[in-house]
Design a protein. Structure first.
Length: 279
């Protein structure tokens, strides 16, 4: 079977006894970077064979690891830091195990985005984790469009060499929303700072402090009332027949379209009906 073993994101004291027991008992450890994992194993005096499993060999290695498990071996999957299958190719191996009928279990532990979220003081009742901002322009724009209108807290990872550029992109769609920037989480020099805007954070890292380390960005959501007002203002720029056509063109029945238009504009359905009669 496959064990997903969460490893520390910084402080080695955060590893669980259950993970240590599992790493000692499995037949092989599949690691994102064997050079990083050997440091962890040496610290806890664990000696086990390792294989590399990462973004660049996942298509080749997934069937190899599945075949080994089908022959009776147990495998522990670890990432460089944190929980496997989050922003790494572990999800491919998990899916392949499900398809092959192999059991999988996850041993919980540290995760950078939940650690940053709880430190930020922002709303954690609902949130979105986006991982790294895509470099593909079309995918990137899709993420930014979602971010511009979401009312929930959104979390990103970012590398130091892209941080200032990413903060600039985020600033273009988040306006006056606050952001908490975190790095070195759980380590001796753990650091986080809350900024009034993404633009302010970008200025800080371009002018006052060179970005170093891996970053987690936690951005507050839009104010729902302000978003609703903005949407009503946008709808009000359309005539009511034009607004109706938006929904009718989607195959929505006329009565339902009238209800939706009334809701969008903050008026009664009777008002919409009367306005259409007068056209």
């Amino acid at each position: 079977m496959l064990y997903l073993c969460a490893t520390p994101i910084g402080n080695l004291g955060d590893i669980s006894e259950r993970v240590l027991e599992t790493l000692r008992s499995v037949d092989v450890i599949a690691a994102e970077d064997t050079r990083q994992t050997i440091k962890l194993l040496n610290h806890f005096e664990i000696s086990k064979p390792m294989v590399a499993y990462h973004e660049h060999n996942r298509y080749e290695m997934t069937p190899v690891l599945v075949e080994r498990m089908q022959k009776g071996e147990t495998i522990a999957l670890v990432t460089d830091a944190g929980t496997p299958a989050i922003s790494d190719p572990g999800e491919d191996l998990v899916r392949a195990c499900h398809e092959a009928g192999l059991p999988v279990t996850s041993l919980p532990g540290a995760t950078a985005f939940t650690t940053a979220l709880t430190l930020s003081g922002m709303s954690a009742r609902r949130f979105t984790f986006e991982g790294f901002l895509p470099q593909d322009k079309k995918e990137q724009q899709s993420v930014l469009d979602r971010l511009s209108r979401t009312t929930v807290t959104t979390i990103f990872y970012e590398a130091p060499h892209r941080l200032v550029k990413t903060l600039g992109l985020l600033s273009s769609v988040t306006g006056e929303r606050e952001i908490t920037v975190c790095k070195e989480l759980t380590k001796k020099h753990e650091w986080y700072m809350r900024f009034a805007t993404c633009a302010e954070a970008g200025t800080f890292f371009s002018e006052k402090e060179e970005p170093r380390g891996e970053f987690v960005l936690v951005i507050e959501g839009c104010d729902p009332a302000a978003l609703e007002r903005e949407e009503q203002e946008n709808w009000s720029k359309m005539t009511i027949p034009e607004h109706m056509d938006v929904y009718l063109s989607q195959g929505i029945e006329k009565k339902e379209a009238m209800r939706m238009v009334a809701k969008d504009r903050g008026v009664s359905k009777r008002d919409i009906y009367q306005a259409l009669l007068e056209e």
